[in-house]
Design a protein. Structure first.
Lengths: 243, 381
């Protein structure tokens, strides 16, 4: 069983590595110091199990687990925390289990054994059940079995098409399988709905121009696009933009 | 008034079982004797006020005025002020002796003393009148009393009642103040006992890891942790030399360094500070803890906490600054205010308005500055 260890504290990683190495049929596939690195590492080593510290700088463990759940074959995530204030939240995201620091060898072995008995479809079901409770810092894009992360600050706007939502960000465009409504709820008030199918990053709006009789269009900073504002939302958008 | 520094935790506890416990242990009772210091200006003023109020009551109650209201009031006031101020002087001198007795006994003795003072003054007044106006007993409305026994006995009885009421008032006021102070102290104790569970369990985890990879460091970490807990369990009102307080902060820094590795850097610029100055314990360490918990830990690449101190005349300035994560969402850790309020409250208790705590939020930097008077050992604030 390939195991990925994710913790921001070097001594904590060192101890977990030692404990894992003492358990039969388990090997450490890699270590990461925060959620973002963990996702990159997971793409490279395709671990079966991720031992995930919850409290980490940058992207925390709960968000990282949510992104990992997007993979076609998500790993089993076991949360590790020093204090169980997060335990309920961890169960909400339907983790395979959670362990308290300092981790006991027997408990670790039991939980790993439980994780190894889960089938791929079961794991995928657990990952899908992960509810979007907490605002993410990144969006994740699936590409060739790996995840690519887009920091929310780099997103300029979302445009909904028939089935997909196109994300326009600093480095280009991507498609995601999320509804505009859920994105709007998760990222308000930083993102502003200007049209039935358009959500824009409020701080990247360059100007709002009149484009015809009672018609307005939003121009985004650094991009050569004009996004139409729907008549119904025009008053709200103008009020928000002009403060 | 009582020196706060000598008022130990035992007194707070004994206030609940007042009386018996206090009577059996003079050391505990001594610093919290209920009678105020009658040599203090404020108390003398209170005595004058009480005397005047009684004079007004007596004059108003008189059925038949001798020389009209104001003259009668002046006469009565003069007499009562004599009694009042002499009583204050008597209590002032006997206070040390009274403070060593039980509450009941001290009250009885004080009352006896006060009645004795009234007796002496009444007698003196009567005999002065006899001496100056010898035999002219029939002069109605004279400045001096005519009938000896009637005059003295009435005075003693009035004095007894008024003194008993005054003593009772001082006792109740004292008990009330003690309850309020005790409650405030309990609250602070409860706050101080709050060690962040995350810190505790993470440190345990670090030690568990080190026991095999680096047993010597693990041993040091256990020693540091023990000293840190000891400092946290110390009596809240203890004043310790600044050097010791900074040492506690360094213990904390060492434990966090093991855990955070290169992400944590702490810069100390405190060479200028007089290290023997007395400070309330745990004013610097919690600020360093906040700086690491709210500032350094959420930063993926860590940062530097700067602790700097300067002396400005009789004051000492100590500031602690840390970098702040630019994304407020990453800074959602709570609990900051509790520690700051706790420190502010303890500085107030220790320096009575002569200490200041300023918090500056300069965007990418967070800074807490403490300013408090330099207190040399042996000199209480």
């Amino acid at each position: 069983m390939k195991i990925l260890i994710v913790d921001d504290e070097p001594p904590a990683r060192e101890r977990l590595r030692r404990l894992v190495e003492e358990i039969d049929a388990c090997e450490v596939a890699g270590e990461a110091g925060n959620g973002t690195d963990a996702i990159a590492m997971a793409g490279r080593v395709a671990p079966d199990v991720v031992l995930m510290d919850i409290r980490m700088p940058g992207m925390d463990g709960v968000e990282a687990a949510r992104h990992l759940g997007q993979l076609d074959e998500p790993p089993a995530v076991i949360f590790i925390t020093a204090y169980d204030e997060y335990a309920l939240r961890a169960f909400d995201t339907h983790a395979v289990g959670y362990l308290l620091k300092p981790v006991r060898r027997e408990k670790l072995a039991d939980t790993l054994a439980r994780a190894s008995r889960l089938t791929k479809p079961q794991l995928a079901a657990i990952a899908r059940a992960a509810a979007p409770r907490q605002r993410r810092t990144h969006l994740s894009i699936r590409a060739r079995g790996e995840l690519r992360l887009i920091p929310i600050e780099e997103v300029r706007f979302f445009i909904a098409d028939q089935k997909y939502v196109t994300v326009r960000h600093t480095a280009g465009e991507d498609l995601i399988e999320e509804s505009l409504k859920s994105l709007e709820e998760e990222f308000e008030p930083d993102f502003l709905r200007i049209h039935r199918n358009t959500l824009v990053a409020a701080r990247h709006i360059a100007s709002i121009e009149r484009s015809g009789e009672g018609q307005y269009a939003v121009r985004m900073r650094g991009l050569d696009v004009e996004l139409p504002v729907s008549r119904r939302l025009a008053t709200d958008v103008l009020r928000r933009f002009r403060g | 008034m009582d020196r706060p520094a000598t008022d130990t935790g035992t007194t707070a506890e004994s206030s609940a079982v007042r009386g018996t416990a206090e009577a059996s242990d003079p050391a505990v009772r001594a610093p919290s004797f209920y009678l105020p210091d009658f040599c203090a200006t404020s108390t003398v003023l209170a005595v004058v006020l009480i005397s005047e109020l009684v004079a007004i009551v007596l004059t108003l109650a008189r059925e038949e005025l001798h020389h009209g209201f104001w003259v009668d009031l002046a006469r009565t006031s003069l007499f009562l002020l004599w009694i009042g101020l002499s009583s204050a002087a008597a209590l002032c001198y006997s206070r040390p002796a009274l403070a060593r007795m039980s509450v009941q006994r001290a009250s009885a003795v004080s009352l006896g003393l006060l009645v004795a003072v009234a007796l002496v003054i009444s007698e003196v007044t009567y005999w002065l009148g006899q001496l100056w106006f010898g035999g002219l007993e029939t002069v109605v409305g004279s400045l001096f009393p005519a009938s000896h026994a009637n005059f003295v006995l009435r005075n003693l009885f009035i004095d007894f009642i008024v003194s008993a009421l005054a003593l009772r008032y001082f006792y109740v006021a004292h008990e009330w103040r003690r309850t309020v102070e005790g409650r405030a102290r309990l609250r602070i104790d409860a706050l101080q006992a709050r060690i962040r569970p995350h810190f505790l369990f993470n440190s345990m985890n670090t030690i568990a890891s080190l026991t095999r990879s680096n047993p010597a460091r693990a041993e040091e970490a256990v020693e540091d942790l023990a000293d840190l807990f000891r400092a946290n369990l110390r009596e809240t009102r203890t004043q310790i030399p600044l050097k010791e307080e900074l040492e506690v902060a360094r213990l904390y820094q060492r434990i966090e360094e093991l855990r955070l590795g290169a992400r944590l850097k702490v810069k100390w610029n405190v060479q200028e500070l007089p290290m023997d100055t007395l400070v309330p314990s745990l004013v610097v360490q919690p600020l360093l803890e906040n700086a690491i918990y709210h500032g350094i830990e959420p930063l993926p690449d860590g940062g530097t906490v700067i602790i700097s101190g300067a002396r400005d005349g009789d004051n000492l300035e100590l500031s602690i600054s840390n970098p702040v994560h630019n994304d407020p969402a990453a800074n959602s850790r709570s609990g900051n205010r509790i520690a700051l309020d706790n420190i502010r409250e303890r500085l107030e208790l220790a320096y009575h308005g002569r200490a200041r705590m300023e918090v500056e939020n300069r965007g990418a930097e967070y800074l807490v500055k403490l300013t408090f008077p330099v207190v040399k050992p042996g000199v209480l604030p």
